[in-house]
Design a binder for this molecule. Structure first.
Ligand SMILES: NC(=O)c1ccc[n+]([C@@H]2O[C@H](COP(=O)([O-])OP(=O)(O)OC[C@H]3O[C@@H](n4cnc5c(N)ncnc54)[C@H](OP(=O)(O)O)[C@@H]3O)[C@@H](O)[C@H]2O)c1
Length: 295
C-alpha cells in the first residue's frame, strides 16, 4: 500500500447466512474497510446498516451479483479508486436450487436442466468471474478464500478419467471451464460419470471450486511482482441457514470461523491452495470420505 491508502476486504453473498457472519467477524480482525456485497441493493444496505449499528463502523455495502460481470467490474473499479487494491477476497455467494419436499426427497430426485445450469452459473462460473476481475488488483500478501463444501468430494465422481483430469497438477483454468461446460451440457446423463441425484449440480459446482482453488494458487505463486498471495478453499461445516432450510447443526458463528481464519493468515508456513475444514487441511485429492450431512 502506498501513502494514504487503506486496506480493503470484500465478501460476496454477504447479506445473510454465513457471509453476513464472515463480515462481522472479519470486521473485528481486519484494519481496513470490509465490503459487504450482495446482489440485492435493499437487502445488502439493510445488512450493512445492521452491522454498522452493532458497532462495525468499517463495514460498507457494495452491490455485486456474481452472475453479472458488469456489477463485478463496477465494484472492482470502485475499490481500485478508493483503496488502490484489494487485500482480502472471500467468495462466499452460493445457491442450492430447491424443489418441493424434504431434503431427502431432493437428494433422490434428479435435477432439472435449469437447476443444473443455474447452480454452475452461480457457484462456479460466478466465482471464477469474480476471481478473473478482482485478481489483477490483489495486492502482495492478499488472502483469497473460496467457500466450497465437503459435498464436493471426489468420491461423488463416477468417472476415473474425469477425476484424473480434475486433480492433475497441470490442470488449467481453461480446461476446468471446459469440464464444467461439458457438465452443463450432459450432466443429466448418468452414464457420463458426474455426481448424480438432486445434490449432483451443487456437488459438481463445489468440486469445480476446490479444483479451481488448486489451479489458481499455482498461478498466483508464479506472479513474481506480487509475492505471497494465497488462496484456499474451505467447508464451513453443516450450518443452519436458508440454504438447507436451517437444518444444519452448526451456528453461523461456527461456520464463519474457518473462512475468517483463512482470510487472516499471516505469512509463513500456512495452507496454500488447500481444502480446509475446522481450520485443518484435508486431503481433497485422496480423500475417500463422502462427508455426508454437509451442504
Ligand atoms: N450452510 C451450509 O451448511 C453450507 C455448507 C457448506 C458450504 N456452504 C456454502 O456457504 C456459502 C454460504 O451459504 P449459506 O449457507 O450462508 O447460504 P444462504 O444463507 O442461502 O446465503 C447465500 C448468500 O449467497 C447470495 N447469493 C446467491 N446468489 C448470488 C449471486 N448471484 N450474487 C451474489 N450473491 C448471491 C445470497 O443472496 P440472496 O439473499 O440475494 O439470495 C445470500 O446472501 C455458499 O457458498 C454455500 O454453498 C454452506
Amino acid at each position: 500500500m502506498t501513502g494514504g491508502q487503506t486496506a480493503a476486504a470484500l465478501v460476496t453473498g454477504a447479506n445473510k447466512g454465513i457471509g453476513l457472519e464472515i463480515v462481522r467477524q472479519l470486521s473485528e480482525k481486519f484494519s481496513g474497510t470490509v465490503y459487504l456485497t450482495a446482489r440485492d441493493e435493499h437487502r445488502g444496505q439493510e445488512a450493512a446498516k445492521y452491522l454498522q449499528h452493532d458497532g462495525r463502523k468499517n463495514v460498507q455495502f457494495l452491490r455485486m451479483d456474481v452472475t453479472d460481470k458488469k456489477s463485478i467490474e463496477t465494484a472492482r473499479d470502485f475499490i481500485k479508486k478508493s483503496h488502490g487494491g484489494l487485500d482480502v477476497l472471500i467468495n462466499n455467494a452460493g445457491i442450492f436450487v430447491k424443489t418441493e419436499g424434504s431434503m431427502q426427497d431432493m437428494m433422490q430426485r434428479p435435477p432439472t436442466p435449469e437447476a443444473l445450469a443455474d447452480t454452475i452459473a452461480t457457484n462456479f462460473t460466478g466465482l471464477l468471474d469474480v476471481c478473473k476481475v478482482m485478481f489483477p488488483i490483489l495486492r502482495p500478501h492478499a488472502r483469497v478464500v473460496n467457500v466450497s463444501s465437503s459435498l464436493g468430494t471426489l468420491a461423488r465422481m463416477k468417472s476415473p478419467e474425469l477425476t484424473h483430469k480434475l486433480t492433475a497438477e497441470t490442470l488449467t483454468v481453461d480446461e476446468l471451464e471446459k469440464i464444467l461446460a461439458d457438465y452443463v451440457k450432459s450432466g443429466l446423463d448418468e452414464k457420463s460419470g458426474y455426481p448424480v441425484g438432486g445434490f449432483g449440480p451443487y456437488a459438481m459446482s463445489k468440486i469445480g471450486v476446490t479444483a479451481l482453488t488448486r489451479v489458481l494458487q499455482r498461478d498466483l505463486a508464479e506472479d513474481q511482482s506480487r509475492p505471497d498471495m494465497v488462496i484456499n478453499a474451505c467447508c464451513p461445516g453443516y450450518v443452519a441457514t436458508d440454504l438447507n432450510n436451517n437444518m444444519g447443526h452448526l451456528t453461523v458463528k461456527q461456520g464463519a470461523d474457518t473462512p475468517v481464519y483463512l482470510a487472516t493468515l499471516k505469512d509463513g508456513d500456512i495452507p496454500r491452495g488447500q481444502f480446509v475444514k475446522q481450520r485443518k487441511v484435508l486431503n481433497w485429492v485422496e480423500s475417500e470420505g463422502d462427508l455426508k450431512a454437509t451442504m
